[in-house]
Design a protein around this ligand. Sequence first.
Ligand SMILES: [Zn+2]
Length: 182
Amino acid sequence: MNFYVTCPWCKSQFYQPSHSNCPNCGGSLPVSDGSGAGTPPPPAPRELPKSFIRATKYYNNVNTMIGIIFTVPFFWSIIFPIIGIFLWRKGLRDAKNELDPLMEGAHIQGEVTSIYVDGSKKINGKSPRVIEFTYVVGGRPYRGDVPNLMDPIDLWKKPGDKIWVVYMRDNPEISSVWPPMK
Ligand SMILES: [Zn+2]
């Protein structure tokens, strides 16, 4: 099987990596050899690279980018900026819901429930993957998903695999996977 894994922190790509930390930036890489969830996240609060925060809010965020494209050049019209600002705000809200648990969240082991190709979207001509997962907090099961993944994660993750989930203590529905996937 041939695949590559993108470092979520610095975007370096590795062909079938066997290391758990990125040789370029030192950040944790998603486990791709089927050996489990990997190293647990460090305790919160966690400092994330500024470039990762910027990418999550803007360059790597489809809604924010479309929102800005609809709003800034079309400020003189009415309908495009209304749509644009709506998408822009949704993009930033989604980014906050991803970044807050990565920085502040408690961690627990969860499990991948499904991975599929989202045929309804195309990003640079390719349909992204979505990973869905479950985790239990206080005896209650929760579900989460990570959309818009461009790595072929279905080649190296499968339902039943363990992953680390970080979630907000005051609102466990808000969660992300650790390390993030791209
Ligand atoms: Zn890296």
